[in-house]
Write a protein that binds this ligand. Structure first.
Ligand SMILES: [Fe+2]
Ligand SMILES: [Fe+2]
Length: 290
């Protein structure tokens, strides 16, 4: 697939990933830390995605480019579907006894504070920054087979679908920010610093809280962090491998399409379009991974 290939944005609706009450608690290699750190990130998706939609929609009436208008519509529908799927997953976390009501209230309050404290332009800049993160998920998790080898197939299929669509709409919030809201370089960089800090604290603080609720002691939780340093920050760590492309955001002329879609993107789309089955599509994506 050519590196200049730009996928169209397509919202795929009502996908059932079969995440039911039988789904294992520690779905990532039966490892509490590797699972809970990803649970902590995922639990913020429904409220986060509602925030992304409203940040972009604040500028909807000022968008005159018909292509960008269409892109915003598809972006909104994609994020709404992601929110529905991850809300179902949050219900599973609740059923496991996780303090979801309190955590989600905290997240909502944090978002509300940003919406009150910052201008519409800066909220959109924060959204574009968060979208840069999510766009890198596909590459982080699905370019290489080994990264998701231990992840439960149902969760793998959910993450693959989400990652594919995040990659498809990776430029939408950025284009609205740059071309419509006219947010400049320093503001978008400041937003990225805040978004990075917030994403990191959500991941680590809530993972710690979920593990504490699971019954792990303070010492056990610290030992888990130490044990997984290489998984996160090693040469092929999930966070360290994301870093170079994350930092590209600070280039003055950066545009999300400077980062091509992953080489196996087309395999997922081809199989999903012909079968409507996200599990088969995920298998095809991984079969073509390195
Ligand atoms: Fe999303
Ligand atoms: Fe997104």
């Amino acid at each position: 697939m050519s590196t200049s290939f730009q996928p169209s944005i397509e919202a795929r609706k009502d996908i059932d990933f079969g995440l039911d009450a039988d789904f294992p608690k520690y779905w990532n290699g039966n490892d509490p830390f590797k699972t809970r750190i990803m649970d902590a990130l995922q639990l913020s998706f429904p409220d986060g995605e509602r925030y992304f939609i409203s940040s972009v929609r604040a500028f909807r009436d000022r968008i005159t480019d018909p292509q960008l208008q269409r892109d915003v519509k598809e972006f909104t529908q994609q994020e709404a579907q992601h929110g529905i799927a991850h809300t179902k997953f949050n219900a599973l976390l609740e059923a496991q006894g996780m303090p979801m009501a309190r955590i989600l209230t905290e997240l909502k309050e944090y978002i509300k504070k940003d919406q009150t404290k910052y201008s519409d332009e800066f909220n959109l800049a924060l959204t574009a920054a968060y979208e840069h993160f999510t766009a890198l998920l596909a590459e982080t998790f699905f370019a290489r087979k080994e990264v998701t080898a231990d992840i439960h197939p149902k969760m793998r299929a959910l993450l693959a679908w989400h990652a594919i669509e995040e990659m498809e709409h990776r430029s939408v919030a950025f284009n609205v920010m740059k071309n419509v809201a006219k947010v400049g370089y320093f503001k978008r960089c400041a937003a990225m610093i805040i978004a990075t800090r917030h994403t990191t604290s959500v991941m680590f603080n809530y993972a710690d809280e979920l593990l504490k609720t699971d019954g792990y002691s303070w010492l056990q939780r610290r030992m888990m962090v130490l044990k997984n340093l290489n998984w996160m920050y090693g040469r092929k760590g999930i966070l360290s491998s994301m870093l170079p492309k994350l930092l590209m955001y600070f280039r003055p002329n950066f545009h999300p399409e400077d980062i091509p879609v992953i080489h196996n993107y087309g395999e997922w789309v081809k199989v999903y379009d012909s079968t409507g089955n996200p599990h088969d599509a995920c298998a095809a994506l991984l079969a073509a991974a390195y």
